[in-house]
Design a protein around this ligand. Sequence first.
Ligand SMILES: NC(=O)c1ccc[n+]([C@@H]2O[C@H](COP(=O)([O-])OP(=O)(O)OC[C@H]3O[C@@H](n4cnc5c(N)ncnc54)[C@H](OP(=O)(O)O)[C@@H]3O)[C@@H](O)[C@H]2O)c1
Length: 164
Amino acid sequence: MNAIAAVSLSWGIGEAGGLLFHIKADMQRFRAMTTGGTVLMGRRTLDSLPGGNPLPHRRNIVLTRDAAFHREGAETAHSVEEALELVRGEDPEKVWVIGGGEIYAALLPYCSRCAITRVYEERESDAFFPNLDAMPEWRVFRSEAILLEGDTAYQFMEYIRREP
Ligand SMILES: NC(=O)c1ccc[n+]([C@@H]2O[C@H](COP(=O)([O-])OP(=O)(O)OC[C@H]3O[C@@H](n4cnc5c(N)ncnc54)[C@H](OP(=O)(O)O)[C@@H]3O)[C@@H](O)[C@H]2O)c1
């Protein structure tokens, strides 16, 4: 499966429950890549979505430790193992870990590819994506040209797990 995230220079992804950046082209790319597939997310990320609603046109799986949790339109997993069980048999290319920090950290070991939007700005953050540049098992497979939206420079990158 894959992870997808937009990160700051220090791999920050969020602050106070919200996103750090709202880059239109990044949102469009996120929608294009994940639509028709399955998204795995933490309960706090689900709560951060508009109305706390699951994402349309995707199978939504939410990780929570709360046994009583229920959200219309989403399936619930109470552990990493349960989440992996729910996506077993699916095309791994179409399964996306979409955050936030706790869930990226928990599921990265099961990912073989990360679609990272690198934003060339620093922001106060309380949630992070693991720093793939510091992890020898990951390497940059593809990086696109640096783009600008307003004053914000960003770059679409793809990291893949090195063969053992
Ligand atoms: N930049 C990006 O691409 C991006 C993407 C997504 C999110 N974000 C940001 O990331 C932040 C949220 O990240 P976060 O780390 O605070 O929260 P999170 O990873 O979205 O969710 C954490 C919650 O997931 C559940 N959980 C965690 N580990 C679990 C496990 N092993 N088994 C079962 N449930 C588990 C718990 O839910 P319960 O408390 O219900 O038990 C926990 O409170 C927000 O600021 C959001 O905007 C950024």
